[in-house]
Design a protein. Structure first.
Length: 269
């Protein structure tokens, strides 16, 4: 038993994260691929916890690792209800002349039950400007956690790929057509939309829309923001067929906006 405990602690300390990849859909759910590296021993191992993104949809999770058998996993912290996610966490209830610190045992709309150093306390859920305060950040409180049971034939360092759908991230294509005396010039922009509180740094983004795919490389996406990236520029003819996604086209002639057209099925309409 002591050997197993020491091995588990060692595995947790020797875990590493890699650059994640997002297959970004134009509409609907996108697919997030998270890579984590763990040391595994010969035989059965328990690895984790792996913290998923707070916007993960946890009813569809695929875990892959080369040469490793995934025997099952355990999910925690999957609720979107902030009150339920406080259960088991250390908090302080502040205001109305009180400061109560301890671990949340239960919470509902009216009462919060806390296990403190001095004993068990039931108190009312505070109203503004009073507050419930946690030392954890938002993503730590709302990130689902997954612990995985695996079987390996070798003691080795192993990369695990955790794939799951996410919500609140989409993209669209926008174009500007500039008409000059010497021709028509089309510029395309990809507009990546993030309607979530999650910030993504150095995220590999691949756009998908039916059969259309485009690797955008590593991108920094701010929370609750949009990012426009130029992906296309070309002098075009009126009936030319282009390998670009559908989108609205803003038309300028001699520097003056004259209206809208559309790219549909690779042609200008």
């Amino acid at each position: 038993m002591l050997k197993k405990v020491i091995l588990f602690i060692l595995f947790f300390d020797l875990s590493f994260s890699f650059a994640d990849t997002l297959f970004l859909s134009r509409t609907g759910h996108s697919t997030y691929i998270q890579e984590e590296e763990f040391m595994v021993a010969d035989g059965e191992n328990v690895i984790g916890p792996i913290f998923l993104k707070p916007i993960a949809i946890t009813d569809s999770i695929l875990i892959e690792a080369d040469g490793i058998e995934i025997e099952g996993y355990f999910l925690e912290n999957v609720s979107k209800d902030w009150k339920k996610n406080l259960i088991g966490k250390f908090v302080s209830v502040e205001g109305e002349g009180r400061v109560i610190k301890g671990t949340v045992i239960d919470i509902n709309d009216e009462y919060i039950k806390i296990n403190t150093r001095k004993g068990f306390v039931i108190t009312t859920v505070p109203d503004f400007p009073s507050r419930i305060k946690s030392p954890l950040k938002w993503n730590e409180l709302f990130s689902p956690q997954i612990t995985v049971k695996v079987k390996s034939e070798l003691a080795q360092s192993q990369i695990f790929r955790v794939k799951y759908p996410v919500e609140g991230l989409n993209w669209d294509a926008e174009y500007i057509l500039v008409e000059k005396s010497n021709g028509k010039y089309l510029t395309g922009f990809i507009n990546i939309k993030n309607t979530t509180p999650v910030e993504f740094k150095n995220l590999n983004v691949i756009l998908i829309d039916g059969r259309y795919r485009k690797d955008m490389g590593e991108i920094h996406i701010n929370s609750f923001g949009e990012k426009k990236l130029r992906f296309f520029y070309k002098k075009i003819t009126e009936k030319e067929i282009l390998d670009i996604p559908d989108g609205k086209v803003s038309v300028f002639k001699d520097g003056i906006f004259i209206g809208y057209r559309y790219i549909k099925n690779g042609t200008l309409h």
